[in-house]
Ligand binder design. Structure first.
Ligand SMILES: *[C@@H]1O[C@H](CO)[C@@H](O)[C@H](O)[C@H]1NC(C)=O
Ligand SMILES: *[C@@H]1O[C@H](CO)[C@@H](O)[C@H](O)[C@H]1NC(C)=O
Ligand SMILES: *[C@@H]1O[C@H](CO)[C@@H](O)[C@H](O)[C@H]1NC(C)=O
Ligand SMILES: *[C@@H]1O[C@H](CO)[C@@H](O)[C@H](O)[C@H]1NC(C)=O
Ligand SMILES: *[C@@H]1O[C@H](CO)[C@@H](O)[C@H](O)[C@H]1NC(C)=O
Ligand SMILES: *[C@@H]1O[C@H](CO)[C@@H](O)[C@H](O)[C@H]1NC(C)=O
Length: 425
């Protein structure tokens, strides 16, 4: 009897130790906001092909033509034949992205051991990783690099490492420590911080991101001890139980800036009732079925639909190929351009609304006027769509094209997503 009680106490003490590490400092605020802004320091944004390449390589998708995932050098847009209004081509030459009209780089300030970095909040991954001073200067370039030596609170996690690899061989890797991380005024002590000592060219080129704050489920975290996985908790998992509600919301404006709010659902940000959809967290993503879509007023079934994930770290709405084909069949002059790697159309074309199913009961509407991602030519006559096909990759990735039209709550308590239609853009 006495032994049993002692054992219970011992277990309780162990549980308390385990739970106490890492722990948020006493949270005074039970909810907090973090702005998401365009990184003005880095003038060049993502163009359409960059955005396609980024999502294909993030999710390890290959294309039959290999023109996106397998190439590490930017697709050359010289000599692109541009769709004319009647659907034929107009061979007027040079194509360049206009960074101003596609706000693809969104950063939020994060304090790590007293150093402020601008990180991308990414609901499609689960690592908090940063450019660090362990990288050579050429790789750091214009990035802000975290210097562990200058942080009094950084502690090395002995033997721990992390590595993210993509299908095209690109990736990032490094060592791991813990540090005091403050986001929106809320602090987590002993948050796992993954410092990069290797980054491939695609990250070097992407001067817009000093690192990521992964907000998918902690099971996807890549930290390991060299032989086995030792997944670390995300910042959200660490603070979740101390919040008023175990949620964070993404409220993105049409220009892609906006606010992430933790702990609270602001009912004024959407119209009508919020629709709640259970997520399938088995893959570690905020994943759900999406087997129906609408183009304008017409509803289509997608019987062989891939499941979909909600990913704030992706610019586009990447749908099953037949969904994109069906959508652009309703857009005058649209064509799937192999060289650009996606659907383009004359910027003057009328775009129907698009809706994608979120689970079985909710259709997320994206107004036609919110579909365009970027122009592809200097004259702004040809546009690259924010809705693109996944070329049979087997997963639909619902990124910022959707978030600009939908207010989305990520509920880690009951593993569900809440959707509310934003007032029309
Ligand atoms: C489409 O436009 C091009 C260039 O203006 C023209 O040469 C062609 O005849 C047009 N085709 C049709 C089907 O109208
Ligand atoms: C092609 O587009 C350019 C730029 O918009 C325009 O100046 C030119 O007249 C167009 N040519 C044809 C054949 O439509
Ligand atoms: C999850 O929790 C929210 C409250 O935050 C509730 O409205 C919703 O019905 C729940 N969803 C599921 C699928 O349990
Ligand atoms: C949940 O996701 C997994 C992995 O993507 C998939 O294999 C499974 O079919 C899904 N389950 C349901 C109920 O949709
Ligand atoms: C779609 O439906 C609405 C309401 O029924 C109607 O007002 C609108 O004209 C329809 N649009 C199209 C393109 O059919
Ligand atoms: C195209 O759009 C960009 C961004 O809005 C603008 O700066 C540029 O002047 C436009 N070019 C033309 C030829 O209208």
């Amino acid at each position: 009897m006495a032994t049993t009680i002692r054992l219970v106490f011992l277990l309780a003490a162990l549980v308390a130790i385990v739970l106490a590490h890492p722990a948020p400092a006493k949270i005074q605020k039970r909810s907090f906001k973090v702005p998401r802004s365009i990184n003005r320091a880095h003038p060049r944004g993502l163009n359409g092909p960059d955005a396609m390449r980024k999502v294909f390589s993030k999710y390890n998708f290959y294309t039959s033509a290999g023109f996106i995932a397998n190439t590490k050098t930017p697709v050359t847009l010289e000599g692109l034949r541009i769709a004319a209004n009647n659907g034929s081509t107009n061979g007027s030459g040079t194509v360049a992205a206009n960074p101003e009209d596609n706000a693809a780089l969104f950063l939020s300030p994060v304090d790590i051991g007293g150093q402020t970095l601008n990180l991308d909040f990414d609901s499609g991954s689960s690592d908090l990783w940063v450019f660090s001073t362990a990288l050579d200067q050429a790789s750091i370039g214009q990035h802000t690099a975290f210097d562990p030596a200058k942080s009094a609170s950084f502690k090395v996690m002995q033997g721990a490492q992390w590595k993210i690899t993509y299908g095209d061989g690109s990736g990032a890797a490094g060592t791991v420590g813990t540090d005091t991380v403050t986001i929106g005024g809320v602090t987590v002590q002993n948050q796992a911080v993954e410092t990069a000592n290797q980054v491939s060219q695609s990250f070097v080129r992407d001067t817009n991101t000093d690192g990521l704050v992964g907000l998918a489920f902690s099971t996807l975290n890549t930290v390991n001890d060299g032989t086995k996985k030792t997944p670390q908790k995300t910042f959200f998992d660490n603070v979740m139980n101390d919040l008023d509600q175990p949620v964070f919301t993404a409220d993105l404006d049409p220009d892609g800036t906006g606010v992430y709010e933790f702990g609270k659902i602001d009912q004024t940000k959407f119209t009508g009732e919020m629709a709640w959809i259970p997520v399938n967290a088995s893959s570690g993503f905020w994943q759900f079925p999406s087997a129906k879509f609408m183009v304008g007023n017409q509803t289509f079934n997608n019987p062989s639909a891939s499941q979909a994930i909600a990913d704030t770290g992706t610019s586009l709405l990447l749908v099953d190929q037949q969904v994109a084909d069906t959508y652009y069949s309703q857009v005058r002059g649209a064509q799937l351009n192999q060289q650009v790697g996606g659907f383009i159309y004359p910027c003057g074309a009328a775009l129907p609304d698009m809706a994608v199913a979120i689970g079985d009961s909710y259709m997320a509407v994206i107004p036609g006027n919110a579909i365009t991602f970027a122009t592809v030519d200097q004259a702004n006559t040809t546009c690259f769509g924010g809705v693109q096909g996944n070329q049979g990759a087997g997963l639909q990735i619902y990124g910022d094209t959707m978030f600009k039209a939908q207010f989305v709550a990520f509920n880690g308590g009951n593993q569900s997503l809440g959707f509310g239609q934003k007032p029309s853009i």
